[in-house]
Ligand binder design. Structure first.
Ligand SMILES: CC(C)(COP(=O)(O)OP(=O)(O)OC[C@H]1O[C@@H](n2cnc3c(N)ncnc32)[C@H](O)[C@@H]1OP(=O)(O)O)[C@@H](O)C(=O)NCCC(=O)NCCS
Length: 145
């Protein structure tokens, strides 16, 4: 698999705008996502196989903390190691900045994502009860850099 990770730009977003909801479980509007990409405190990457976008992920920097905003793999390409490569790139980016830790929150029912994060050394540091739709709990996780 010839997978490449590149910094994401607005052109990439426009290429997948029609399939954001169906193929990437995305919940942002294209306009909100565009503002995210243009925010100087964010860093987003796309994973491409040849020229096909098969995943993306991004982080938001606040002083010495980075928050993992989102990471997703295209539905038909899951469990092939794509999110692992995206996360590896985001962690390398944090390593090259003055970052002390990366935090994230994840639905406690999202076991695939939790396994991915644990594989990269994230540890549970807290729980937000009924955080999602006033039903599901959110697990807070952190990785020290
Ligand atoms: C979570 C998600 C990003 C994983 O993407 P992926 O490309 O399939 O992940 P990888 O192939 O790199 O797998 C990474 C690890 O996750 C775990 N994992 C992923 N899919 C799994 C599955 N179907 N069953 C069991 N474990 C799984 C494994 O631990 C795996 O590591 P391993 O293969 O070395 O054992 C993907 O399922 C997804 O896009 N989900 C919807 C969006 C989402 O929930 N994002 C996270 C919250 S923001």
């Amino acid at each position: 698999m010839n997978l490449q990770i590149e910094q994401m730009n607005v052109e990439d977003l426009l290429k997948i705008s029609q399939i954001l909801y169906s193929d990437f479980d995305n919940f942002w509007t294209v306009e909100t996502f565009k503002q995210e990409l243009e925010n100087p405190n964010t860093y987003y990457v796309v994973a491409k196989i040849d020229s096909e976008i098969v995943g993306f992920g991004g982080i938001y920097q606040i002083l010495t903390e980075m928050q993992l905003n989102y990471i997703v793999t295209k539905k038909e390409k899951r469990n092939l190691g794509i999110a692992s490569q995206i996360l590896d790139n985001l962690i390398s980016f944090a390593n090259n900045k003055n970052i002390e830790y990366i935090t994230l929150e994840v639905n406690e029912k999202n076991t695939n994502a939790i396994k991915l994060y644990e594989k990269f050394g994230f540890k549970q540091i807290g729980l937000r009860k009924k955080y999602y739709n006033n039903i599901d709990n959110a697990i807070l996780m952190q990785k020290n850099i």
